[in-house]
Design a protein around this ligand. Structure first.
Ligand code: KIV
Ligand code: NA
Length: 265
């Protein structure tokens, strides 16, 4: 079934309560081209710092790297709705956030930026949206806080935390975000967030009650096999398929069955 239609902010907002939205990450033109008329939107996630650059967490991703990858993703999928993660440390205050978001808009065709943070960052979201930058919020488990929080922790386990998450969602919506990613939150709390706000909530590790889902392409296609979080569904055994293929290639080279007559000049 392919009922893909090119997304706009208006369509994304209208999808709430009508249609579940599918978001997938991409880091390059090759994969964005494969995903472009299937997923509703493509996220150039700073998760690329792990699966692409091999780092331990997302914190060392730079603005220049995000721009480079976003440009590649947009080149491979010129009509896709592309969202770029603003990396850690590039939106500490309103002025810095706007300068960096403008750079992303000027140097790429990204449609929107995503920033991590709730109530504490609402003023940043507000400053961006009131200066014509489309913003996706990101609340719940926020990977850019991994060092300051001392790990990745599922959110919403206490009444206080649940209340904070609801306040975060409201604050981000009020600040003008057109969509909110909710990561690593108990499903019943994600449900309350989804019902509370009028913009689409895209979940990851947040149950199936949100308005859509996002997965990291290399996790769901099984290429990143170092570890598999509970919320990931592996749709392809990518790592093994690739290893088998490369093994076959080596065997063919070794026994000189590659190249054959059809594969030579
Ligand atoms: O960086 C990323 O891929 C993300 C998603 C996990 C939402 O932020
Ligand atoms: Na991210």
């Amino acid at each position: 079934k392919n009922d893909y239609e090119k997304m706009t902010i208006t369509k994304i907002k209208k999808a709430k309560n009508n249609k579940k939205l599918t978001m997938i990450t991409a880091y390059d033109a090759l994969f964005s081209n494969l995903f472009k008329d299937i997923a509703d939107f493509i996220l150039v996630g700073d998760s690329l710092n792990m699966s692409f650059a091999g780092k331990q967490d997302t914190l060392s991703a730079t603005l220049e790297q995000m721009i480079y990858h976003t440009d590649a993703v947009c080149n491979g999928a010129p009509d896709a709705f592309v969202i770029t993660d603003m990396p850690f440390g590039t939106y500490n205050n309103e002025k810095e956030a706007l300068e960096n978001a403008v750079k992303i808009y000027q140097k790429t065709n990204a449609a929107a930026v995503k920033i991590e943070g709730g109530e504490n960052r609402a003023h940043i979201v507000k400053h961006l949206t009131s200066n014509s930058i489309a913003v996706v919020g990101h609340i719940g488990l926020m990977p850019q806080y991994v060092r300051s929080e001392g790990g990745y922790k599922v959110r919403g386990k206490t009444k206080e935390d649940e209340e904070q998450l609801l306040k975060d969602a409201i604050a981000i919506e009020k600040a003008g975000a057109f969509c909110i990613v909710v990561e690593g939150v108990l499903s019943n709390v994600a449900k309350k967030i989804t019902e509370l706000v009028s913009v689409p909530v895209i979940g990851i590790g947040a149950g199936n009650v949100t308005d859509g889902q996002v997965l990291v392409w290399s996790d769901m296609l099984g290429f990143f096999d170092a570890f598999k979080p509970k919320f990931v569904r592996k749709y392809l055994d990518g790592a093994n398929l690739v290893k088998q293929a490369v093994n076959q290639y080596r065997n063919d080279v070794q026994d000189a069955s590659f190249p054959n007559n059809d594969e030579e000049y």
